[in-house]
Design a protein around this ligand. Sequence first.
Ligand SMILES: [Zn+2]
Length: 117
Amino acid sequence: MDKKNILEQINDMEKQLAALCEQVGGLKGELSTLLEENQRLTMENDYLHERIQEERAVNGKETGKKKGERELPIPGEGYDNLARLYEEGFHICSMQFGSTRRGEDCLFCLEFLNKAK
Ligand SMILES: [Zn+2]
């Protein structure tokens, strides 16, 4: 192996190292962008969670339930409860929710039940 060849190899390695350094720099830039975005999304997520808790608290008060007593309805369960309530003779429509149907069918209730199904 002559001296010229060794020098060429070293020059090649130098170029490769420079390219690697550039790649690492690029990745560091991407990483910091991702970390910033992650931070932003975490904050947004926290904020939205708080909003949901507030909504639940407000809704709980409006329906006379204790805060935290009833979390978001389990899909299907809410419908069954409403259907049962209607069967028992109460309005479940927003117009007259909770009042008695006096044995009459209510179109608003039925429409609501169909939508919720
Ligand atoms: Zn009704």
